[in-house]
Ligand binder design. Structure first.
Ligand SMILES: *[C@@H]1O[C@H](CO)[C@@H](O)[C@H](O)[C@H]1NC(C)=O
Length: 242
């Protein structure tokens, strides 16, 4: 027979085990490049809403072989990695593993719908495939979160359709990626880390700033290599949404 006393003790143990702790909510901090100047951190009053890993292309236009590539839009698929950020109680992953997510993802084939006859170019009007979670070997599954693209006015847009957040942005600041950053499959280099602010065009919902950090790939080819016209370079990165 189970005694009343032992039942009582078991019940008390359960209560003690599930009692809420009074620790403040964990707040992750933006990574730093370690370079001579860092991106300004978001104001302390800003709330981190989501962290995504993005996989897509950066587009560049070359006027002719002797010009410099001009950045000309981007498209990317965003996956939700918020709960895996190191330090998150229970679901956070080790820092070394986290830092490898963009590089690991860049090794995967692009899942954007292809532009016929191009290696990395995305379909002009229907670049996005069916919404699917990201399954990277050795990493927890990341749910689909949304899309990054440039709208008809060439304004960068983040549509986190899964959670109803949107950011129409303009560049506030940028710093070079660290020298040891992943240069991508074309060996061109990792695009700059950016601080992006709300564009003021009335197109955002629930977001005021976006940071692009821990970039991999994405720098344009030299125009004497790419030739005249538009070329696309694959990239991955983390986006932090405030
Ligand atoms: C990027 O360039 C490809 C061609 O490489 C094109 O099909 C695609 O529409 C372009 N996307 C954007 C957002 O400019």
């Amino acid at each position: 027979m189970v005694s009343v006393k032992s039942l009582l003790l078991a019940a008390m143990a359960t209560v003690a085990y599930t009692a809420p702790t009074c620790q403040p909510a964990f707040v992750p901090t933006l990574p730093k490049t370690g370079g001579p100047r860092e991106l300004p951190p978001p104001p302390p009053s800003f709330t981190l809403k989501k962290i995504a890993v993005g996989h897509g292309i950066q587009n560049y236009t070359c006027i002719d072989a002797s010009s410099s590539p001009k950045a000309d839009g981007a498209v990317a698929i965003l996956y939700d990695v918020t709960k895996f950020v190191p330090g998150t109680p229970k679901t956070g992953i080790p820092q070394a593993l986290w830092d490898k997510i963009p590089s690991a993802l860049l090794l995967k084939p692009l899942t954007l719908n292809k532009l016929a006859g191009s290696t990395y170019g995305a379909h002009a009007t229907k670049p996005f495939p069916k919404e699917e979670a990201l399954k990277l070997l050795g990493f927890p599954v990341a749910e689909f979160l949304g899309h990054h693209y440039f709208d008809i006015n060439s304004t960068p847009m983040f549509d986190l359709s899964k959670v109803g957040l949107k950011a129409s942005v303009t560049k506030l600041d940028g710093v070079d990626a660290p020298a040891n950053a992943d240069k991508g499959p074309l060996k061109t280099g990792a695009v700059a880390w950016l601080q992006l602010g709300e564009s003021g065009k009335g197109l955002s919902t629930g977001l005021t700033q976006v940071y692009r950090v821990i970039t991999a790939g994405g720098v344009g080819l030299k125009c004497n290599v790419a030739g005249a016209g538009v070329h696309s370079v694959p990239y991955t990165t983390f986006y932090w949404f405030f």
